[in-house]
Design a protein around this ligand. Structure first.
Ligand code: HEM
Length: 319
């Protein structure tokens, strides 16, 4: 008897943790990458299950996303997830959300850095012959969950059942039910410029009060604040959300301090609408002031297949 498809998701709705490694890989040219991918399809669930037993308190999770070109090169199911395409730059008059290449994304979370580290070592063992890691970011929890700009990051994120509602594909795309679109960007901040702003000015940039993390009332919140432009609604006034888990990272002595932005969504158009409002502005020209202090250096879209799809492709090999 055939087993029913469960449409179980990878760990996309997990809550932020203390440490996160983000790794984006690009396949090398003219090489058969399928065997490595099949090993990864087996490794990802294995890592998630293993750390539940080995380190229950660490809440370790490993999520793998696949980019548009990789999806085609690996001959994964066709037609593709409806909104899986190469991310195209979103250009405003002053700031641009750039698009950069990426075939596979790994989002590795854990209370202990050691766990994230070991997960990336296991992934690297499989990938290093067939792919180059084009981005490896070591993110960390900063104080009480603040972005490196000093404001709590994630407060307006969905919680409970809403996380699945906003992050996971449902019946609208039945073949890919249980999957998720994940979009990542590496931002570096102009910390000199930012720290010169008095706290009251910084609050106007974000649209929230810094110490209390309370949202400014609409009549006080500037129209070019991050909260005013990234907070969006549909045509009926219902909030449109994504599930974010940004992490600070950096090398302060080298003047490189940033935010790695990551958002899971059931439909990429929601994330795209946010980007459009932030970079182009609403109305055009009224762009997000956070961008005067934050420059996007990368930007890639991936699809996170459900566990059923990983299972379909997985090949366990003796090691
Ligand atoms: C420089 C990178 C970024 C930083 C440091 C940052 C930081 C923050 C902070 C501190 C908040 C307020 C607390 C919260 O609700 O989380 C926030 C809210 C939010 N951010 Fe960002 N963010 C960044 C980029 C982005 C991007 C690229 C998007 C979307 C594509 C985005 C979407 C949102 C949304 C939807 C909210 C909630 C708005 C609301 O409903 O009030 N953020 N962000």
């Amino acid at each position: 008897m055939e087993k029913a498809i469960k449409h179980e998701s990878q760990n996309v709705t997990d809550y932020p943790n203390n440490n996160t490694l983000f790794a984006v890989w690009k396949f090398k040219g003219d090489i058969d990458v399928k065997p490595a991918f099949e090993k990864l399809c087996a490794l990802v669930p294995n890592l998630n299950h293993s750390f539940i037993i080995r380190a229950p308190g660490t809440r370790a999770t490993c999520v793998m996303g696949v980019g548009y070109e990789a999806w085609n090169r690996l001959s994964l199911p066709s037609p593709l997830p409806r909104e899986l395409k190469n991310f195209e730059p979103v250009a405003g008059a002053k700031h641009t959300a750039v698009a950069t290449p990426g075939d596979l994304l790994f989002h590795l979370r854990g209370a202990e850095l050691a766990v994230c580290f070991d997960m990336l070592i296991a992934i690297t063992d499989i990938l290093e012959q067939v792919a180059d890691c084009v981005e490896e970011i070591h993110g960390f929890r900063y104080w009480d969950g603040r972005s490196i700009l000093g404001f709590v990051d994630g407060t307006e994120n969905p919680v409970g059942d809403e996380r699945r509602f906003y992050a996971v594909v449902g019946d609208e795309d039945p073949v890919y039910k249980g999957g998720s679109y994940v979009f990542v960007q590496k931002y570096l901040h102009d910390m000199r410029g930012w720290t010169k702003l008095p706290a009251e000015e910084q609050e106007k940039v974000i649209g929230r009060y810094k110490i209390s993390d309370i949202e400014m009332p609409d009549e006080v919140k500037p129209a070019n604040s991050h909260s005013a432009l990234a907070g969006i609604e549909d045509e009926n006034g219902a909030e449109l959300k994504v599930v974010r888990d940004n992490m600070p990272f950096g090398n302060p002595s080298k003047g490189e301090v940033g935010t790695y932005f990551i958002a899971y969504s059931s439909t990429f158009s929601t994330t795209h609408k946010m980007l459009q409002r932030m970079f182009v502005g609403d109305p055009p020209g009224n762009y997000d002031r956070i961008l005067d202090f934050s420059k996007a250096y990368t930007g890639s879209l991936f699809f996170v297949p459900s566990l059923d799809i990983l299972k379909q492709y997985s090949a366990v090999t003796a090691r």
